[in-house]
Design a protein around this ligand. Sequence first.
Ligand SMILES: [Cu+2]
Length: 268
Amino acid sequence: MSRRIGLLFLTVAALLLSACGKESSWEEEEIVEESNRIITDDVKVNWELEKNQASGKSDLIRISVTNKGEPMDDFEVNHEKLLHLIVVSKDLSYFNHIHPEYKGDGVFEIENEFPAGGEYRMIADFKPTNGHSISKMDWVTVEGEAAQGVAVKVDDRLEKKVDGMNVVLSVEPGLETGKEVTLKFTVSEGDGKEPVTDLEPYLGSIGHVVVLSEDGERYLHVHALEEQGSGPEALFETEFPQSGVYKVWGQFQRDGEVVTVPYVVEVP
Ligand SMILES: [Cu+2]
């Protein structure tokens, strides 16, 4: 508190000294007043990988979160977890959504078996107490020989078969940029395409959707519409910032198992 008052005093003193008081000085005062809130830019994430020496197959991912250089220790449970980690290979062929264990002092850890070495997109989603949801991402290099990349190919039909289920994706009113659109997944099963109506809640909603641009640089914010049942439809909203190719991963839970359904769309 005394530091706050000190800063405020300096601000006022600067204003008085500058003779022609500019309004900008008062804007600074506002920043001082908000100093207890967590600002996204102050939050940094450091990524470390450590090869599991015993098996040689997996890597320990260590995520260290800091706020203004100090370990950040206040996380709020968001969608049932303290931190959500999305791991995607550079060519977008590999996708994993996992929940690292909190070790205290802003550090989260989890073992992951990467299919090959090379660069991976890592995205951490979390919500500090007294702050908004934050997404931090980075390219992280995994030791070992990199796989030959697979080209991202736009799907002709947005209908996929996974674990005996057919999942059709439609985008309403259509694939457009700069406008909120609805991603509608319709789940059915069998040759008769019987509607699936027993989807289970996954992370507190009907499912989870991740959208990344082809180059892995853009991670879109997607949210499930509220009050949804258990299928056959699952609705999400997002906005494509610009034209291009995007990969969409829909995740749904049934019989305790999570299925991941990938699509590639081109936004004109
Ligand atoms: Cu998650």
